[in-house]
Design a protein around this ligand. Structure first.
Ligand code: FAD
Length: 569
């Protein structure tokens, strides 16, 4: 996103003929823009061109239609051209592809995909919301029958038919991002055996590896084969029918169908051919009002580059929430209002077979990539509601914050219950430039079945405050192989016997007050327990007795996740 200080004037209005606003793409961003613009301005003519057969459909629901969770295809249709006409006086031309833009003549070429006939359409204002296309790596076999991407209703219909007609039993999902994982869940719903081939050593690439670890373990317990750290080499036809996905390692994964979910690419062909400015991440460059380098053309949604409010860097974020909000901002701007899009913070959630994974803001690896070093992190594993009330489920939570001001930089959480609620609270705090002190102080709902008097969000803030105040000096698990600190496990002996960090000694918290003199005062002591609480008590106790104690945040539970994520010895 470029950052022009002042909004440019909206194109001059011709009072004799209505201003003509053409919108390319009639789903999340385009449909939002059209509807909002009409609510603001009854005088403009609005025409939406949509290449596909449907306008404003629920692309986020497509995996669930494949999985038969959404049974009736019509449920995916949020609106129809008739509804747009009747309710908003917006003309929607479906199965009409815009194939070119003549910026000097202010016309687009619109082609009827059924007849192939093209015509020129005049505009005063053009809005581009063509979305992003699934990446099809140029590898042998990716175009074979039985290899699918999921973007449109017809795509999901084809997958459903393929499963039914071929009596498919096995599937390989290439790519372990959120669309890939939603497909895993839904293919399991259809009783297929599913394998995931993922180039990175983890699924859900936006997460830090240790936060993806519980998800990977969970998938394994559900029978999903994970072929990680291994890219796609080719897809072959199998003798006697079916396919084989061949990985770069040579591993061969048999499949009756293959889903390609290796990411999306902004659909910038139109913009590029028209000479609009594109950014380094491959999206259209827009200002805060969603206006492109041409003052008569706006762009929104998956096709644009936006600013990450936390790192300040330009990014692409193909998510429905930003696309909808940008459509609204563009409409306001076209209507002459100086509304600004504030940028993105990458708040996202995915549910996989009952497990919820959510994140907001920066990840640790993202911060490191952006060269940010002045940050700290805490891990915690609280119950999603009071422990004493039956059914409490742990939430694995990681909070990143800047030092020394405590500004919240990001959070990631995994668990069976209450995960997205906590991330939404933290996301809102980030939006208001909140600090860990705000989280510690947040007044949140509490009754035993919903939360705790110290909600996980409060606890995260309090832990972070302890770090900032020096009450709980933390040691970084990532430094484990590079330290000569004494590793102290303060769990009970039976817990220690059940598994511990190599070279750790055991002195349970319950015996600390009588035995602490056994510990050396001339050495750093890094302390852990199961989740971090007992280690915190021990850290405080020892610090007040002159020891150089530090807490290994998140305890053995975090250590095991780090180990599973390949980050700890
Ligand atoms: P789209 O909604 O993709 O709309 C673009 C439209 O433009 C398309 O219908 C296309 O046919 C049309 N088009 C393209 N080029 C032309 C042209 N030249 N002429 C005419 N029409 C054209 N996001 C979330 O936040 N949460 C989710 O759970 C989630 N799940 C998803 C699941 C799936 C399977 C998919 C595919 C996406 C999911 N997303 C999700 C992402 C979300 O759907 C997108 O970020 C959002 O739809 C982007 O809006 P958009 O308007 O930029 O593009």
């Amino acid at each position: 996103m470029s950052h022009q200080a002042d909004p440019q004037p909206t194109p001059s209005r011709n009072t004799s003929t209505p201003r003509r606003v053409l919108i390319v793409g009639g789903v999340a961003g385009g449909a939002s823009c059209a509807a909002r613009l009409r609510r603001l301005d009854e005088s403009v003519e609005i025409v939406v061109f949509e290449r596909g057969p449907y306008v404003s459909f629920a692309n986020c629901g497509l995996p669930y239609y494949v999985g038969n969770v959404i049974v009736d295809e019509r449920s995916l249709l949020v609106a129809s051209p008739e509804m747009f006409r009747a309710r908003f006086n917006v003309e929607v031309q479906i199965e009409t592809e815009v194939t070119g833009i003549d910026r000097s003549a202010r016309t687009v070429t619109a082609r009827d995909v059924r007849t192939g006939v093209s015509r020129a359409e005049r505009y005063n204002v053009l809005v581009l919301s063509p979305g992003a296309a699934p990446i099809r790596p140029p590898l042998p076999g990716v175009d074979l029958p039985g290899v699918f991407a999921v973007r449109t209703i017809p795509d999901s219909r084809r997958i459903r038919s393929w499963i039914a007609e071929r009596r498919a039993r096995t599937a390989v999902v290439v790519g372990g991002g959120f669309i890939g994982l939603e497909m895993v869940e839904n293919l399991l719903h259809r009783d297929l055996a599913v394998a995931v081939l993922e180039k990175l050593p983890q699924v859900m690439p936006p997460l830090d590896p240790e936060m993806a670890a519980p998800l990977m373990q969970y998938l394994a317990t559900k029978g999903v084969r994970l072929q990680l750290g291994d890219g796609l080499a080719r897809i072959e036809e199998r003798d006697g029918g079916g396919l084989v996905v061949v990985a770069e390692s040579g591993a061969r994964l048999p499949a009756d169908l293959v889903i390609l979910a290796v990411g999306v690419r902004p659909e910038t062909t139109l913009a590029k051919d028209a000479g609009l400015q594109l950014g380094p991440r491959g999206g259209i460059v827009v200002d805060a009002q969603m206006r492109t380098s041409d003052p008569n053309i706006w762009a929104v949604g998956d096709v644009v580059e936006v600013q990450d409010v936390l790192t300040g860097q330009d990014t692409v974020l193909p998510l429905a929430g930003p696309a909808n909000r940008q459509g609204r901002v563009a409409a306001e701007s076209i209507a002459g209002r100086a509304t600004h899009f504030r940028g993105v913070q990458a708040t996202a959630v995915v549910g996989v077979l009952g497990l919820t994974v959510a994140s907001t803001g920066a990840s640790e690896k993202g911060l490191r990539r952006a060269g940010v070093t002045s940050f700290q992190k805490v891990y915690l594993h609280p119950g999603h509601h009071a422990r004493y009330y039956p059914g409490a489920r742990p939430i694995h939570l990681k909070l990143l914050f800047s030092v020394p001001d405590g500004r919240i930089l990001g959070a990631q959480a995994v668990g069976l219950e209450g995960v997205e609620k906590r991330i939404d609270v933290i996301a809102t705090a980030i939006q208001f430039n909140g600090t860990v002190h705000d989280l510690a102080e947040a007044e949140l709902c509490y009754a035993p079945q919903f939360g705790a008097a110290k909600d996980p969000v409060n606890l995260a803030g309090m832990l972070a405050e302890n770090v900032l105040k020096g009450d709980m000096p933390v040691a970084d698990w990532l430094e484990l192989g590079r330290t000569d600190a004494l590793l102290l496990d303060v769990r009970e002996p039976d817990e220690f016997a059940g598994g511990h960090v190599a070279h750790a000694i055991n002195l349970p918290l319950s015996q600390m007050r009588s035995r602490y003199v056994e510990l050396p005062k001339d050495r750093d002591i890094w302390i852990y327990c199961r989740v971090g609480q007992r280690a915190y008590y021990a850290t405080r106790f020892l610090a007040q007795h002159g020891y150089r104690s530090r807490n290994l945040s998140g305890g053995y539970m975090t250590y095991e996740a780090l180990k599973a994520g390949g980050l700890a010895p």
